[in-house]
Design a protein around this ligand. Sequence first.
Ligand code: HXC
Length: 258
Amino acid sequence: MAYETITVEVDDHVATITLNRPDALNALNSQLLRELCKALGEASANDKVRCIILTGSSKAFAAGADIKEMSEKSFVDVFTEDYFWTEHQAITATRKPIIAAVAGYALGGGCELAMMCDFIIAADTAKFGQPEINLGVIAGIGGTQRLTRLVGKSKSMDMHLTGRFMDAEEAERAGLVSRVVPAKKLMEEAQGAAQKIAEKSMLATVAAKEAVNRAEEVSLSEGLLFEKRLFQSLFASEDQKEGMAAFQEKREAQFRDK
Ligand code: HXC
């Protein structure tokens, strides 16, 4: 379907969704988030798609929620609409892996959107921040929670209270991003990671994603139990037989998601 604020390309099992509001540094307005959720739903329903890349432009992944749209809203508006919460739920409920490929600014809701993805690959030009404090508000779709879990209280507090930006090198050191690459190589690196993921058994991929995400929600003993049961259940799959046979026969595994 035709979108106005994003573009979507499906190539070789990978759906690449590109945020596309260049005049506003990809600021997240209601239309963009609605279209993003629709595109994620289509990628989820498309059996060909095995991994999703979410990216922006070389200047901005997304410079935050759209301040022009937000500025007119009252408490009753954002409370009644549950501003961007439905979209947050839809994005984080996506079962297929989502890689955020971030160049330039990932600020406020943009940083939060990147953190909703499964991992972040950053260009060396990336700048992360939660500058909502400068607008008299705070993060509203996960920033105070996810950034704190990723980088710890001290750095998260620093980011949220001062509104300063973190460059890619600091973000990697702090654990916010998994890899930093030269800006020119960003999409190649993200595509390479997505292709690697696409080769695996989707059963194991979804299990791994669910298990890692549980680590943020439950106690260690509950998480270990959850992981153990998922691990054990994968022995009911043909892909487990195939993966282990292929290793012993020194050949590539041919997974069939069964
Ligand atoms: C709307 C935005 C925008 C935003 C940039 N623009 N960020 N429009 N919402 N978040 C627009 C500018 O108004 C400008 O449009 C154009 O994009 C280019 O931006 P400039 O400021 O001219 O570019 P530059 O000088 O390079 O500065 C880049 C920047 C700055 C440092 C990223 O734009 C900036 O500070 N933006 C706001 C960042 C921010 O505060 N984000 C948090 C938002 S609150 P015109 O028409 O003037 O050319 C949030 C809450 C999330 O995200 C919670 C949701 C529930």
